[in-house]
Design a protein around this ligand. Structure first.
Ligand code: SF4
Ligand code: SF4
Length: 492
């Protein structure tokens, strides 16, 4: 419901201009601003920008009769499908009540015997190196120089990177905000599967470029300008299916960047048509290494699914330098709702099982592990590292920093916050300079908080926490869950 307080409304029509879902309109006959409130998606743009705070967006109390089985969302989905006969699309990540394991894990803190460290007074190290590490290192005779040749490594000042969001799904201003913030904060951002706009080549040293099944925008300069190359096999929000950017979002700039005709649908097939085995994956990994003169680490990203641990082992053996696992709650610009809400497994369980499996096989050092999908706070980051991740990717939290109110309408291309759209008027709502500052602030806040948590544990380097599950305890989990997570119950 859109409530407009007539005492406060001055008919300035700011809401009419701000709403991209055609809710507010000016009725000249009555000289009043009115609403088609059935169009409202609850993005809060109008309420935030109303200069007199005349607007309140509320849930409609006229709800369906209470029914534990037939909840309003299920009823509405059936009604929409009966009307359209089509697959229901949605944006953002899975919002169903699957257990969020981060909220059942708690971190340790030093008391008395192992003193904590004050991060304000003592140096704390968050530097993270991603890439394949050798089984052992040899030094040159009578020297401290390494004799062992290292695979290419990526240095991060904070173990948090910006996850893949393609140009077309999000605006160029969002890409620029991410690129500038990553450069400023000493981390990496990811182009997603839609190519890299030439305006952003200057940020190549902090850019991961993606090679997905559609191969959009992939050319030698794109690969070589980047710091690392990511092969996208799967995505947490839509495991097992391809991508679809509707033709309306394929503007001239998007079409040039993706190297496809303007106005045509950009369809990424579900599989890579040249990958049907681990050996095929190895061929693509080495083709990309060859194309980049063995200077760039290659990431391989999969959705977290039932047999992730075995797949991850194959990926490492195929030559991946960094493995990316994207969990059940990972977001998307557009996905079939039924897939987003029902396919894949929670990232916490996938991470624990992959880390354990790679350790058991003695190959954990051969690849870094990066996770994505539902990281909300620096607490989640710290727990993920204790559970075995080398670093995490964030996307939704980055978009929230840019203004996103998680209305889940990304697939409509009408994002009122100017984020998930290519509409020229709407995209101006994100200023890359302000966006970059907000993202840098977010990362800075998280780095301070992570240092506080590390200091509390008596640890002065994030490296010492990595995979150290003794620093975690669980609350309210079953024995099976504890076993998979490799974490003890609180109190034990
Ligand atoms: S869709 Fe957003 S901007 Fe439009 S009325 Fe609803 S809350 Fe306001
Ligand atoms: S990006 Fe825009 S459309 Fe998508 S959830 Fe956020 S505010 Fe809504």
């Amino acid at each position: 419901m859109v409530d407009r307080d007539p005492e406060r409304c001055i008919e300035c029509q700011v809401c009419v201009n701000q709403c991209s879902f055609d809710v507010h309109y000016y009725d000249a006959e009555d000289d009043e601003v009115r609403s088609h409130e059935e169009n409202c998606v609850g993005c809060h743009r109008c309420a935030v920008f109303c200069p007199t705070q005349a607007l309140t967006i509320r849930r409609n109390p006229l709800d369906y009769r209470e029914n534990y089985n037939w909840r309003p969302e299920a009823i509405e989905d059936v009604i929409k499908q009966a009307e359209t006969g089509g697959v229901l699309l949605t944006g953002m990540g899975n919002d169903k009540g699957y257990r969020i394991y981060w909220d059942h894990l708690v971190l340790n803190a030093s008391q008395v015997t192992n003193p904590s460290i004050d991060p304000l007074r003592e140096p704390m190290e968050l530097t993270t190196w991603l890439g394949r590490k050798p089984d052992r290192v040899e030094l040159a005779p009578d020297s401290i120089d390494l004799k062992t040749e290292l695979s290419p490594q990526v240095k991060l000042e904070i173990p948090v990177m910006f996850s893949a969001m393609s140009y077309g799904a999000v605006s160029l201003n969002v890409h620029e905000s991410l690129a500038r913030a990553a450069t400023e904060a000493g981390t990496l951002w990811n182009t997603g599967e839609g190519g890299l706009h030439p305006r952003l080549y200057q940020y190549g040293a902090n850019t991961i470029v993606q090679v997905a099944s559609g191969r959009f925008g992939v050319h030698p300069e794109y690969l070589n300008i980047a710091r690392a190359v990511e092969i996208k096999i799967g995505q947490g929000a839509k495991p097992g299916i391809g991508g679809h950017l509707p033709g309306e979002k394929v503007s001239r700039e998007v079409s040039l960047t993706r190297m496809i005709p303007q106005g045509t649908d950009a369809l990424s097939p579900a599989p890579h048509h040249d990958i049907y085995s681990i050996e095929d994956l190895a061929q693509l990994i080495y083709a990309l290494k060859e194309a980049t003169n063995y200077q760039k680490p290659i990431l391989v990203k999969i959705a977290a699914v039932h047999n992730s641990a075995a797949i991850a082992s194959g990926m490492v053996r195929a030559g991946a330098d960094i493995i990316v696992l994207d969990g059940l709650r990972g977001s998307t610009g557009a996905a079939p709702k039924i897939i987003r809400d029902n396919v894949g497994i929670p990232i916490e369980l996938a991470l624990a099982s992959v880390d354990s499996r790679l350790r058991q096989e003695g190959i954990r050092n051969q690849a870094s592990v990066v996770i994505a999908g539902g990281i909300r706070t620096s607490g989640d980051v710290t727990k993920a590292i204790a559970l075995g991740a080398d670093a995490v990717y964030i996307a939704t939290s980055a978009l929230i920093a840019l203004g996103c109110h998680v209305c889940q309408q990304c697939h409509t291309g009408k994002c009122a916050w100017g984020i998930c759209t290519t509409d020229p008027a709407l995209t101006k709502r994100v200023n890359p300079e302000i966006g970059a500052r907000r993202l840098t602030n977010l990362l800075h806040s998280w780095s301070l908080e992570i240092k506080d948590m590390l200091g509390g544990m008596g640890i002065n380097a994030v490296e010492s926490l990595r995979g150290n599950r003794l620093h975690l305890r669980a609350v309210g989990l079953t024995d099976t869950e504890l076993e998979i997570l490799g974490v003890k119950m609180a109190g034990s």
